[in-house]
Design a protein around this ligand. Structure first.
Ligand code: PBG
Length: 336
């Protein structure tokens, strides 16, 4: 048998599972994951067609879900409401009603599972008739930045009062992090943190989410020409994403987020290298649904792709990951 002269053999460090485990450069454990959850005001949980395996939960079902998540070592949830149509309005005023679905859900979870860490989404799209993340200018031609920020501040204060640990502005209005920090502090809510959706790109991968919360705007946008591209970041741009993250860090965000995650790994790495705050990444609905759909067709191994996609996001530099796979990942770890 011919022996080649190959003194360096990298395969020595991959020879079996034990050796490989010793030299894992990247960890992935349930505590590094946050489960986004959808809520309904209806009487029973509702399936979401474009997100198999995910349901809109009632508040009692959410509380039960949180007990399970905590027992699996997943301590974070990010709740999103499906607001009934009769509670939507052009200015999204339901967003700061202390009795709205989200505030009631936050109080119920905090009372029953106090160790659960709640990331409350701050944006108007589940509450506006037009589905945009802020209020519109008088002529309807744009999302009006500063009046939107004013409403977001009220919303953040009510979510914090209900017990949210972190408010998470996902609207991409300018200057909202500083304004929300000041509003929280003025109300004595100094312990509530801010998870800034800093580099949130105008992505088509949010499609299934918009089904889940009923915020689809495409048809109306085609008429008015007003697109989320006028406030969400341009997918072509790296420097712009870093600038957004640096502004939010300077405005005292406790952590900054990149979203989507799996197709923006370069941005996660850029933000990691340019900021000192924790970096969060959101593996969004479209990233989830495309893996589930391919697995349902028999074309991909769902668990293996789930784990590989999450590991890649951690390797790129994310400290924490919002993912619809949080529960299923944690379950498979408990089985091992
Ligand atoms: C809106 C919001 C969106 C998501 C989270 N918050 C969608 C959007 O901007 O239209 C998407 C999350 C996902 O796709 O999983 N404030």
């Amino acid at each position: 048998m011919k022996q080649f002269d190959i003194p360096v053999r990298l395969r020595r460090l991959r020879k079996n599972a034990s050796v490989r485990a010793m030299f894992d450069e990247t960890s992935l454990v349930p505590a590094q994951l946050v489960q986004p959850v959808f809520l309904t005001d209806g009487p029973v949980p509702e399936p979401i067609e474009s997100m198999p395996g995910i349901e809109r939960l009632t508040i009692p079902a959410l509380v039960e879900k949180c007990k399970i998540l905590a027992s699996l070592g997943v301590y974070g949830i990010a709740p999103f409401p499906k607001t009934p149509d009769d509670k939507k309005s052009p200015d999204g005023a339901e967003s700061y009603n202390p009795e709205n679905l989200i505030c009631r859900a936050i109080r119920a979870v905090k009372a029953a599972v106090p160790e659960m860490v709640i990331f409350a989404d701050i944006a108007l799209d589940p509450y506006t008739t037009h589905g945009h993340d802020g209020v519109l200018t008088a002529d309807g031609g744009d999302v009006d930045n500063d009046p939107s920020v004013e409403i977001l501040c009220k919303m953040a204060v009510e979510n914090a009062r209900a017990g949210a640990d972190f408010v998470a502005p996902s609207d991409m209005m300018d200057g909202r992090i500083a304004a929300i920090r000041a509003a929280l502090d003025a109300e004595g809510l100094t312990g509530t943190g801010i998870c800034a959706y800093s580099a949130k790109f105008a992505s088509a991968y949010y499609g299934p989410f918009r089904d889940a919360v009923g915020s689809k705007t495409e048809a109306k946008n085609k008429i008015s020409g007003l697109s989320k591209k006028s406030y969400q970041a341009n997918p072509a741009n790296r420097r712009e994403a870093i600038r957004e993250a640096l502004f939010d860090e300077a405005e005292n965000a406790d952590m900054v987020m990149v979203k989507p995650a799996g197709i923006y790994l370069d941005i996660i790495r850029d933000v990691r290298e340019n900021t000192l705050v924790p970096v969060v990444a959101y593996q969004v609905s479209g990233e989830y649904s495309q893996l589930v759909a391919a697995a349902q067709a028999g074309w991909l191994d769902l668990e293996a792709c789930r784990d590989e996609s999450l590991l890649a996001i951690r390797r790129a530099g994310a400290d924490l990951i919002l993912t619809y796979f949080a529960e299923s990942f944690a379950r498979s770890r408990c089985e091992k």
